[in-house]
Design a binder for this molecule. Structure first.
Ligand SMILES: [Ca+2]
Length: 239
């Protein structure tokens, strides 16, 4: 199995390659999903849902929406993988904040609507296929990536390139900077997923590592990979 993000550029070539990529990714994610509920897989996009996906706002070529603002999904919460799958049926994925500008946009959405927390696509590479990657060690600093596009995050203990500050919270359950993997000390569950919490630890709106089974509303963002795949397999469909 190729490294998770090194093959990202190959995913756009042809529909066949994309189909292959989806299968590979589904297999990879099934492995990590199995840690919680056996037999769970990534959902494939549904062309009609993609064509009619909610478009709450638009930024740099991508549409976004918050599940709390969509009648069919309002008041629902999802664990991390279910959150991804809700988005993926719409040719979207959980939001990835690769830049401070995009992060500001999501923080503003959270602040304006008084949203207590959301899931993002941020994930710790601590599942099968990650063991041989020396560049991901130590995991709590170098092991985080955006699942939606398999892009590696900046080291968690540094200000990301191009940012003015470190978006990871300076505090949490153990009164230590994030990621702190705090739940592992309580019940042995690793905090492998990236949530944005709204002042839960009197720390403002900030990034926290959280165990993936917790249920939260989500922000979905257009997935170019899934949109291209559905476009290439459904000629004439308006996306
Ligand atoms: Ca934490």
């Amino acid at each position: 199995m190729p490294p998770l993000w090194k093959n990202a550029n190959s995913l756009t070539a042809t529909a066949m390659m994309q189909t292959w990529a989806l299968v590979v990714c589904a297999a990879a994610l099934a492995a990590l999903a199995g840690a919680q509920k056996p037999g769970r897989f990534l959902s494939l996009p549904q062309p009609q849902k993609c064509a009619n996906r909610p478009k709450e706002f638009f930024y740099r070529g991508h549409n976004y929406f918050f599940t709390g603002h969509v009648p069919a999904l309002a008041n629902k919460k999802f664990d991390w993988l279910d959150g991804r799958n809700i988005c993926r049926e719409y040719c979207m994925d959980l939001v990835s904040m690769e830049t401070q500008e995009e992060n500001n946009l999501i923080f503003k959405l959270i602040q304006t609507n008084d949203i207590p927390y959301i899931w993002t696509s941020g994930r710790l590479c601590d599942f099968k296929g990650c063991e041989s990657r020396k560049d991901l060690e130590p995991k709590n600093i170098f092991g985080w990536f955006w699942s939606a596009n398999r892009e590696k995050m900046s080291p968690t203990n540094q200000i990301p390139n191009g940012w003015g500050y470190n978006p990871w919270s300076q505090t949490g359950h153990k009164k230590q900077r994030q990621p702190d993997n705090a739940e592992f000390d309580i019940n042995g569950t690793t905090e492998s997923c990236l949530s944005i919490l709204n002042n839960v630890y009197n720390d403002g709106i900030a990034w926290h590592d959280v165990a993936c089974y917790h249920e939260k509303p989500v922000v979905c963002e257009d997935s170019e990979e899934l949109l291209n795949y559905v476009a290439s397999t459904n000629p004439g469909l308006r996306l």
